[in-house]
Design a protein around this ligand. Sequence first.
Ligand code: ADP
Length: 273
Amino acid sequence: MIINIENLNFIYNIGTPFEKKALDDISISIEEGDFVGLIGQTGSGKSTLVQHLNGLIKPTSGKITIDGIDITNPDTKMKEIRKKVGLVFQYPEHQLFEETIYKDIAFGPKNLGLTEEEIELRVREAMELVGLDYETLKDRSPFEISGGQKRRVAIAGVIAMKPKVLILDEPTAGLDPKGRDDILDEIKKLYERENITIILVSHSMEDIARLANSILVMHNGKVIMHDKTREIFKSADLLEDIGLDIPQVTKLMKEFKKRGHQVKEDCLTIEEA
Ligand code: ADP
C-alpha cells in the first residue's frame, strides 16, 4: 500500500462565519502501481483531497502516510514529500516561467541537489515520456509553443522529480479533442513504462473509463465509493443518483465494443481487439 489515509477531516476558515467542511472523515488506502480515477461533482472535495497528498494543505485532523512516511507529521520536510508525490495542477502551463523549456523542466530537479549531468538526463527522459523532442525544443521558450505542448512541459517538470505517486488534476481541461486524446495517450504510456502510482482527477467519465483500474467517487466531502473500475460500473445507478453522467458511459462502452475494442477483465482500459 503506497497511500494510507485515516480519518481525514478538513475544514476551511475554521472558527469563522465562512467555515466549510470540505473533507469528512476519509479513510482509504491506495495500492502501489494502481491507476486511480478520482471523480465527483464540482465542490465535492477532490482538489482539497489531492492537495493534502503533497502536503500543500495540512489536515484539521487525521493522518496520511505515503510510502512509509507520515506526511502529516510537522517534522516531515516538504522536500521529502515532494520527492514522493508530484502534483500537476489544473492549467499547469500558467506556472511556466523560465526562458527555456529546459530550464523550466530542470527547476524542480535542481532543488534536489543533483549534478548537472543527472539533471540533464532527467529533463531528457521526462521530455521523452511526454512526447516532446529534446533537441528541437529544449532551448525554445515555453511561451511560443502550442497549448497542448505547454501542458506537456508542465507535466514533464513534475515527472522529472521522479515521484512515486503522480497526481493529475483535470489534465485535459481546456484542450481541443486532439490535444486531449494526445495527453491521455501520453499518460497511459507513462503509466505503462514507469513504476508509478497515478491519481487522475477528472469530471469526465470517459477519461476515467479509458485509463483507470480503480475509481474513487467523492460526494459532499466523503468518499462514497472506492473499488475496481468494473465494480463501480456495476453500481451505475448510484452514480446517476448523485448526478454523474452514467448514461454516457453506457453509450461509450457500446461504442467501444462496436469499434471492436476489448474491455479488459480487471479494468476498462481499452485495447484493440
Ligand atoms: P472539487 O475539487 O471537487 O471541485 P474542492 O476541493 O475545490 O472541490 O472544494 C470542496 C469544498 O470546499 C467546496 O465546497 C468549496 O467551495 C470549498 N472550498 C474550496 N477551496 C476553498 C477555500 N480556499 N476557501 C473556502 N472554501 C473552499
